[in-house]
Every structure is written in structure tokens, then in C-alpha cells.
Ligand binder design. Structure first.
Ligand code: SF4
Length: 425
């Protein structure tokens, strides 16, 4: 039995009852399974359970055996400190949980055995998408796929526009703060989007703008607020950053985030959050009102050029504080800039165009999507291997949306490809 099946049981609340006993004998009520995490760290975030008389909100880790906690190296990993419940198929040893002070729930006898057979049928050979075996049929309908791709792209953009519009409301209609927030989330890419969002919320753009001519202060604010300058052992340039941050922190009454929220695992050093923060600092330096520059760019090249920045000297030979690396030209590469434009800048331009009724800006943003290369990631590569057309960011955005919102939820009956397959069978 694979852990994916246990995730499926937990995520879809398929345990037979709502109340159980944990391995230590405490009564537990399952309230909310949380959001599944596909990156490093616990399997589910923000779950809610009631253990005894206390309602807990936090993360859940799932394993086949309780002892996997040790074998997977979670004991010394700070990312697992916030786990409130260890869900296991088989509680093979209570010494681990006693050691960790985390309640364990064994689910071996707590779901219908027929579920496992059903799960295997729904996931034949664990295929990447349910209709993978029908890809030849998909090929037969390429002309339909092209119009379907445009429909999916529109769904994806509408979703992003809605998110940014909501954020604009939350920011009391401040375009500048909303742009800054959306930009920072995009700088986190998928893995560090949440920490970057927390950073944007805890360090308003107005504070950064006040120091737009002083790179040391901008880096001090961003790295300090992110929690990277807490280390008492810092020396040299990091120490200067730390001293500057401590002074600014008192002036603005801000509190740093916990540095453990940042993820570095399975990342190329160039994508470390520290490198992203260094690029962001360089970008905000002298370009405080970046969004003004963005809305006045008339062609894609000028827009991309805005994001080509040189990092401060320290970051030319470091990927992280205190660890010297080879001297290298660092900064945002072409693919990273494209990703930031696709996920933040262009959707923001559409929102801006809607708010100001400037339809030319909306048309410009939509045309830029068609000029940007398709994203190159595991999902788009897989679609490519299934002969799906990948001509521009319009296609890659549409296909990412299809995978995440239709295929992964088995919404084949709501999908134009699924309907074609059914009609041709
Ligand atoms: S949602 Fe559509 S593309 Fe995805 S698996 Fe189902 S039929 Fe295939």
C-alpha cells in the first residue's frame, strides 16, 4: 500500500467515524483534514482536530509505519515541529511518539477495505492522469484542443484576476501595495509563495519605498523581516545588515518572521529564497514605484528588461549567509522573469486595466502572454510527451490549469477531452 492512498483517505475524510482514540488513549475528533502539501514539509497544512478537550490547528504527517518518522529524518527537521498529529497505517512502535510528544492515530482498521480496490481502479497503474491511456484519441482532436486551451487559459486568468482583485480590496484599493504583494508571491515561485506572502504583509511596500535609494537598508529590511538576520554569529556584511535591521525594526515597530518557514530542500542554490530576496532587493532599489514603470512599458522586451538586475557584491559569491560560493553572474534568469510576468505582472496589468477601464492595457497584457515561451516544468514536459501543443505561455498556463483543476480531481466529465473520449468510445 502506498502512502498516496493514505493521503487520499485522509484528504477525502474516508475514515468510517469522526471520533477515535489515539495511540495514547486520548479521544480525537477529526474536524478538517487540512490542505495537501506537495512540497517538502508535512503532508497536510492547517488541519484541525480535537484531542481531549483541546482543539488543535496545525500540520499532519502521514506514514505507512510510525517508525518512518525516524527513517525519513523528521526528528531533527524543524519543518516538522508544527505537526499536531501523526497519522499512520501501522503504529509499529509507541516509543517514537512518546519521544516526540505528538499524538499518533493508527488508521489500519478504520476505513472500508473495499476502498483500496476502488482507489486502484481509479488510478490504473498509478497513471499520471486518468485518461493517459487514451492519448491517441486526444491526438485525433487537436483542432478542438486548441479552442479548449483558450477556454482553459481564460479560466486560469479569471481565477488569478479574482485573487488580485480580492487582495486589492484587502489593501484598501492600494495598487502599489497590491502589486508589491503579488510580485513577492511570484518571487516565492511555488515552493516559497506563502513565506513571501507573509513577508509582503508584514513589511508594507511603503516602508521599503522610504529606503529606495539605499540598497543596504532594503536588504536589511527584507532579510531581517524574513528572519535570516537573527543569528548572533553573523559577521561582516551580514552583521551590518543585522545592525541596520535592528535599528529600522524599532523605527517601524515590525516583528521578523520565523526563518524556518523558508524552504531550501530539493532546490538549486540559484533558487534559494535568499537568492530571491537578493534579487528582489536589487529590483526594489531605485525602482520603488516599480508598478508605475510596469504599466507604462509598451513592449515585452522593455518589460523584461526591468527585471534584469545586478545583485549586491555579497550575493555574487554567496547563496546563503556565511557560505562562500564560486563567483558567478547571479540574478533572475530568463525563465524566472517569464514566470514572474506570467504569475504576477500580467494578471496585475489586467486588474489595473479593469479598474481604470484602460482596455488597451488589458489587450497588451493578453498579447504578452502569447509572446512568452511556454513554461518548462514537470507538468508541461509530461503534457508535451502526450503530444499536447505547447506554443506559448497561453498553452502552458491552460495545461497547468487542466492538470491541477480537472485531471487531479477526476473531473473528466466536465472536461472537453473527456467528453471527446466518451463520444468516440
Ligand atoms: S480531466 Fe480531461 S485531460 Fe484530464 S484526465 Fe480527465 S479527460 Fe483527461
Amino acid at each position: 500500500m502506498r502512502e498516496a492512498f493514505l493521503h487520499y483517505i485522509w484528504k477525502n475524510k474516508l475514515l468510517e467515524k469522526q471520533f477515535y482514540r489515539t495511540s495514547s488513549g486520548e479521544q480525537i475528533e477529526l474536524i478538517y483534514p487540512g490542505t495537501q502539501n506537495f512540497d517538502s514539509g508535512p503532508d497536510f497544512f492547517n488541519a484541525r482536530v480535537r484531542i481531549g478537550n483541546i482543539t488543535w490547528a496545525g500540520n499532519v504527517e502521514i506514514h505507512y509505519n510510525a517508525s518512518d518518522w525516524i527513517y525519513h529524518g523528521h526528528t531533527t527537521d524543524n519543518a516538522y515541529k508544527s505537526v499536531i498529529l501523526h497519522v499512520v497505517y501501522n503504529d509499529d512502535s509507541d516509543k517514537y511518539t512518546a519521544l516526540l510528544n505528538i499524538e499518533t492515530l493508527e488508521i489500519k482498521d478504520k476505513f472500508k477495505p473495499s476502498l483500496y480496490n476502488m482507489y486502484k481502479n481509479l488510478n490504473p497503474n498509478d497513471s499520471w492522469i486518468p485518461c493517459e491511456a487514451n492519448t491517441k484519441r486526444i491526438n485525433l482532436h487537436k483542432s478542438h484542443i486548441t479552442s479548449y486551451i483558450h477556454r482553459l487559459f481564460k479560466e486560469r486568468i479569471d481565477y488569478k484576476v479574482k485573487q488580485i482583485s480580492q487582495s486589492l480590496k484587502n489593501n484598501l484599493s492600494s495598487m502599489e501595495q497590491t502589486f508589491y504583494q503579488s510580485l513577492l508571491i511570484a518571487f516565492g515561485f511555488k515552493t516559497n509563495a506563502l513565506p513571501f506572502e507573509l513577508l509582503a504583509r508584514s513589511l508594507p511596500c511603503q516602508i521599503v519605498n522610504n529606503h529606495k535609494n539605499d540598497l543596504l537598508s532594503i536588504e536589511a529590511l527584507l532579510f531581517g523581516q524574513a528572519g535570516f538576520l537573527d543569528d548572533k554569529l553573523l559577521k561582516g556584511y551580514p552583521k551590518r545588515l543585522s545592525e541596520r535591521y535592528n535599528a529600522l525594526k524599532t523605527v517601524y515597530g515590525i516583528q521578523s518572521l520565523d526563518k524556518h518557514i523558508w524552504k531550501f530542500l530539493r532546490m538549486r542554490p540559484g533558487n534559494f529564497p535568499t537568492m530571491r530576496l537578493a534579487s528582489l532587493s536589487a529590483l526594489l532599489y531605485k525602482k520603488g514605484a516599480l508598478f508605475e514603470l510596469v504599466i507604462t512599458c509598451d513592449d515585452l522586451k522593455s518589460l523584461k528588461d526591468l527585471f534584469k538586475v545586478s545583485l549586491s557584491k555579497y550575493w555574487m559569491i554567496h547563496f546563503h549567509f556565511g557560505k562562500i560560493s564560486k563567483r558567478k553572474v547571479k540574478g533572475l534568469g530568463e525563465a524566472s522573469i517569464d514566470s514572474i510576468l506570467i504569475n504576477s505582472v500580467l494578471p496585475f496589468l489586467i486588474v489595473y486595466g479593469q479598474q481604470t477601464q484602460d482596455y488597451q492595457i488589458i489587450a497588451k497584457a493578453m498579447s504578452f502572454f502569447g509572446q512568452i515561451k511556454p513554461e518548462n516544468n514537470t507538468v508541461t514536459k509530461k503534457w508535451k510527451s502526450l503530444n499536447m501543443p505547447l506554443l506559448s505561455a497561453v498553452n502552458s498556463q491552460a495545461l497547468l490549469w487542466l492538470k491541477n483543476n480537472y485531471c487531479d480531481h477526476k473531473k473528466c466529465l466536465s472536461c472537453a477531452i473527456g467528453q471527446q473520449i466518451l463520444n468516440s468510445s
